[in-house]
Design a protein around this ligand. Structure first.
Ligand SMILES: [Zn+2]
Length: 287
């Protein structure tokens, strides 16, 4: 009797395992974090399922995949990454998973901050268009029969992003103050494109501790440029920015880096809506 029970349990576990193995990821593409996911979803449409591998609410700079996720990557059609040092976790993947990687930022000119390549290229919507073109070429190669479909999706999205770029240009023309103070130096490409300047508290990695000198320089800048808002970001502890805001009487607000969305934003917001919100917020405090 006992043996029979054991057999049943064993059978159940075996069935569960084989069932899991049969989970079909051949029409799934993984994206390393939110902006890559957003762009890939726009191009893939209903031909491939796109899954953001960084859980909602998690800061992608700190992400480590689970063993299960690594197996899923191996069974998937591919893993789309930003590259430029954003996904250091991919260095430790087994070869089978590494072979699935496609870097979406090719042909985008990069800038450096303190001698390190700035990874946050996607915050310039024109770079987002280049990423989507790379992603489009990726899907065309993966699924040649649907070439026209991916080409059409790309053109459609390109138009939307060009429209967004124009709208932002018009808004920024009205800004009296061209400087923004941010906690995490994610906005270099965005500022460079639209003639703004980011004054940052932390460096490229959100957890970096700023030096006393940095804080002093920022206080000076806040006073010099008459800045009334210090921007934190959605997934990082806003402690330092809050402290700084207290010392300078500036208030704090959130600017979206598009590295990840909070749970309640899923399905309601996307790259375009959040970029618009970013510039509405900057507009309010910089007019
Ligand atoms: Zn970042």
């Amino acid at each position: 009797m006992k043996f029979k029970k054991l057999l049943i349990v064993f059978g159940f576990v075996a069935a569960l395992c084989s069932c899991r193995e049969r989970e079909d990821y051949s029409k799934t593409v993984f994206a390393s974090f939110y902006s890559v996911y957003d762009f890939a979803s726009r191009i893939a449409g209903d031909k491939y399922k796109v899954i953001n591998i960084t859980p909602n609410g998690m800061e992608p700079h700190d992400f480590e995949p689970s063993a299960r996720s690594i197996v899923d990557i191996c069974n998937s059609a591919g893993l789309l990454v930003n590259g430029l040092g954003m996904e250091s976790w991919t260095e430790n993947l087994p070869k089978e998973a590494k072979d699935k990687i496609f870097t979406v930022t090719e042909n985008i000119p990069t800038m450096k901050i303190n001698g390190i390549v700035d990874q946050h290229v996607w915050l310039n919507p024109e770079n987002a268009i280049i990423e989507m073109e790379n992603i489009k070429n990726y899907f065309v190669k993966l699924d040649e029969n649907n070439t026209d479909y991916y080409e059409a999706n790309f053109i459609n999205e390109k138009n939307k992003f060009e429209e967004l770029t124009k709208q932002i240009e018009e808004q920024v023309k009205l800004y009296k103050i061209k400087q923004i103070v941010v906690s995490h130096a994610a906005f270099g490409y965005m500022c460079d494109r639209f003639g703004l300047e980011q004054i940052y508290i932390n460096g490229l990695e959100p957890e970096e501790e700023p030096s006393a000198k940095t804080i002093e320089e920022i206080i000076d800048a806040v006073n010099e440029y008459n800045i009334n808002t210090v921007y934190t970001e959605e997934l990082v502890s806003p402690e330092i920015a809050k402290k700084l805001a207290e010392e300078t009487k500036a208030k704090t607000d959130v600017l979206y880096t598009l590295e990840g969305l909070e749970e309640e934003m899923i399905g309601k917001e996307d790259y375009i809506s959040l970029m618009k919100k970013n510039f509405e917020k900057i507009g309010k405090s910089n007019l």
